[in-house]
Design a protein around this ligand. Structure first.
Ligand code: PHE
Length: 339
């Protein structure tokens, strides 16, 4: 053992103390250097073998090592046993906050909520029906003759002769009237299914909101027009134009189709409205007497109107979405715009 080796041990032991990061590690270091069989006592035992000329210097340095090491040990032990109250606070308010991504409502759900909100202020309640319907509810009770093209297997998803994926929310009209006497005042949001080829404005699965108002006091086409015009302004803003065109549905007479002026181009003509300035939003009309007979209502004693509107169509003009497929692709870059 010479002075250089002693200096190396000295330095190494101080490093070991400094890097001990808990009480157990510090104790291991103490045992290694200062313990009974530790390195420092071993060095002291070798003192007698050191050449006499070097011995005083060697002894002096070994003692200095012991003092320094013990001082460092004490200081390190104190640092490791800091009371929690003296330690850095557990909550460091100077750190940047953690970012939790907030989810957002899908535009289709948003439109449905808004439609329901507007009609509930007019006294409508929400009714519900299943996606899998019977031939009777989806077609027969809605006065759709057996040969009607919409019943064709090319247009409708049939499970068997009787069960099908509903092609419209209108069967919920039948369910509601079968379940209760008039007055009935309901809106019915839900999914519908048709064998349509998907393109920018069609999808095999889409959403409608059905409306039905039947009462024993007179209800007229004028009430229907006023209600839908009110809805259009509440939904799209005061500047929206509303247009009623004569049409035919088996379950309403007279029937109309309802167009809103195109919100995107303000009626100038664009891709979404196919240059017409108008977008078809709903079918509607006065409930046909044959429908009342199917549900056991007396057609001479009740009055009523019904409407069914396309949710995706409303979402597209409301939010300026040029292709219906964006609504189903779950692309976050699209959906995040509605956050
Ligand atoms: N069910 C019709 C459709 O899907 C819309 C409609 C509903 C028409 C209620 C009149 C009355 O096209």
């Amino acid at each position: 053992m010479d002075l250089a080796q002693l200096a190396a041990l000295h330095a190494e032991s101080l490093d070991a103390v400094a890097s001990a990061d808990d009480a157990a590690a510090l104790e291991q270091t103490r045992i290694r250097y200062l313990g009974r069989n530790g390195l420092l006592p071993a060095v002291m035992k070798q003192l007698k073998d050191v050449p006499p000329a070097e011995r005083p210097e060697f002894g002096k340095r070994a003692n200095a090592w012991r003092n320094e090491l013990e001082t460092a040990m004490t200081a390190r032990a104190a640092a490791l046993t800091v009371q929690p109250s003296e330690a850095a606070p557990a909550f460091d308010c100077s750190l940047p906050g953690r970012w939790w991504r907030a989810g957002a409502q899908h535009p289709v759900s948003r439109v449905i909520d808004e439609v329901v909100r507007i009609f509930s202020r007019l006294g409508f309640t929400v009714a519900d029906g299943p996606d899998i319907e019977t031939r009777f509810n989806n077609f027969t009770a809605l006065n759709t003759p057996p040969h009607h093209p919409s019943m064709d297997a090319a247009d409708t998803f049939w499970f068997d002769d009787d069960k099908l994926l509903r092609t419209q929310t209108s069967p919920v009209q039948i369910r509601a009237m079968l379940a209760q006497p008039p007055p009935v005042r309901i809106v019915t949001p839900g999914r519908c299914y048709r064998r349509d080829t998907t393109d920018a404005t069609h999808s095999a699965s889409f959403h409608q909101v059905e409306g039905l108002y039947v009462d024993t006091t007179p209800v007229s086409l004028a009430d229907l027009k006023a209600t839908l015009a009110h809805f259009a302004r509440a939904m799209m803003g005061p500047d929206v134009g509303v247009r009623f065109r004569p049409h035919f549905f088996p379950f309403t007479e007279p029937s109309v189709e309802v167009d809103f002026s195109c919100h995107l181009c303000r009626g100038q003509g664009c891709r979404v409205c196919k240059q017409s300035g108008w977008i078809e939003i709903a079918g509607a009309g006065m409930v046909d007497p044959r429908v009342y007979r199917h549900v056991g209502y007396d057609p001479d004693r009740v009055y009523g109107y019904a409407f069914g509107m396309g949710v995706e169509r409303i979402a597209m003009i409301r939010y300026g979405i040029a292709d219906i497929r964006h609504l189903y692709e779950n692309d976050l870059r699209f959906l995040e715009q509605f956050a």
